[in-house]
Design a protein around this ligand. Structure first.
Ligand SMILES: [Zn+2]
Length: 347
């Protein structure tokens, strides 16, 4: 049974790239609760060691950061212009609830834009550009916005509670990659006696370069790395199977090639071992060769002399939005596969 309370806590936590303090605090507390020792490196990765951790470990990583925004400019009238941090489709932005993380705490707001009544016909035909959107925090002028604590450079996250759909699916913000964080925490409990280091990484969404993961892998020098992430499920009416055949309910996606070959090409021996374990234990799984999108595995493979890496992902519909949808059975099957990998002692 999935722990929905923990899933909600992880999904709803703030963690825009470079500002992961809230989500990393939750991860650290959960690792400790599970009996692991933790440390944070300078960039902000949360590194957890169980009793079995020693030299040359397997590194399991899940990025903790989420797509978000940042304050760019505060107008005389108290409205805020922003930039996007990470891969965000402009079409998901208008009229969303957000929270600005200031030094004084969280300030709620909404992303405003011109209502349909006032839009010219040509304006209705395309997505509103980010530069024409603004945030309304209810301040009447720049002075009131400043009194709320808002400053240029403050990170902005989306506000959306996690909800269950039809008993066995969940929808919410930041499922990419709080689902991976959730699985990592479950694995920390069951695999802490193994020679594994569990890492909540930072700054994966900034580009296709998982900055935190690369730094973590350099310092930890693991024998292999597995990124636990989410990927694009396309099983809905507006996508055809030849665009992406990854679907909910068919188990974890084994990432063979990321970002159309610009991202990670999975280590062949590692991929073969993972696939033979899926077969042996009859774990449903999907092969993933994807045009766009990469994971921490892409950067970690380039670290030191080359660390064999692969990504194993939970499918998510409407990824990089506030209403991503994942299936609980895919989360469970991904966890099961990771446990089989650890038991087999993959190198
Ligand atoms: Zn991700």
């Amino acid at each position: 049974m999935a722990d929905l309370k923990l899933l909600s806590k992880l999904s709803e936590a703030f963690g825009v790239p470079g500002n992961e303090e809230e989500i990393s605090g939750i991860m650290e507390a959960e690792f400790k609760k599970a009996g692991l020792k933790t440390e944070r490196d300078r960039i902000g990765n949360v590194i957890a060691y169980g009793a079995g951790a020693k030299k040359s470990p397997l590194m399991l990583g899940a990025h903790m950061d989420e797509i978000g925004l940042m304050v760019k400019f505060i107008s005389d009238k108290g409205f805020i212009r922003f930039i996007k941090i990470g891969g965000i489709d402009n079409r998901i932005l208008p009229n969303q609830r957000i929270v600005i993380r200031t030094k004084k705490g969280g300030v709620p707001g909404v992303i405003g834009c011109k209502p349909p009544h006032l839009q010219k016909e040509e304006e209705t035909k395309s997505a509103i550009e980010c530069k024409h959107l603004f945030i309304d925090v209810g301040a009447k002028d720049a002075k009131e916005a400043a009194a709320l604590g808002i400053e240029i450079g403050d990170p902005i996250g989306f506000a959306m509670p996690l909800t269950v759909l039809n008993k066995n699916l969940i929808t919410g913000k930041a499922l990419d990659n709080r689902i991976g964080c959730y699985i990592l925490l479950q694995l920390a409990k069951t695999l802490k006696h193994k020679n594994i280091i569990f890492v909540g990484t930072v700054q994966e969404e900034v580009s296709t370069f998982g900055k935190g993961a690369a730094i973590g892998a350099y310092n930890l020098s693991p024998v292999a790395f597995i990124a636990i992430d989410t990927t694009i499920a396309a099983d809905h009416p507006e996508t055809s199977e030849d665009e992406s055949a990854i679907a909910l309910g068919k188990g974890p996606a084994i990432g063979l090639v990321e970002a159309g070959g610009h991202g990670n090409m999975a280590d062949k021996a590692l991929a073969a071992s993972v696939l033979s374990l899926c077969k042996k234990h009859k774990i449903p799984h999907q092969l993933e060769v994807i045009d766009g999108g990469a994971t921490d595995a892409t950067t970690v493979y380039n670290v030191r002399g080359g660390i064999p890496s692969i990504a194993i992902s939970v499918p998510a519909r409407y990824i990089h939005s506030n209403v991503s949808v994942c299936k609980l059975s895919d989360i469970e099957k991904t966890q099961e596969l990771m446990e089989k990998i650890a038991a087999a002692g993959i190198r």
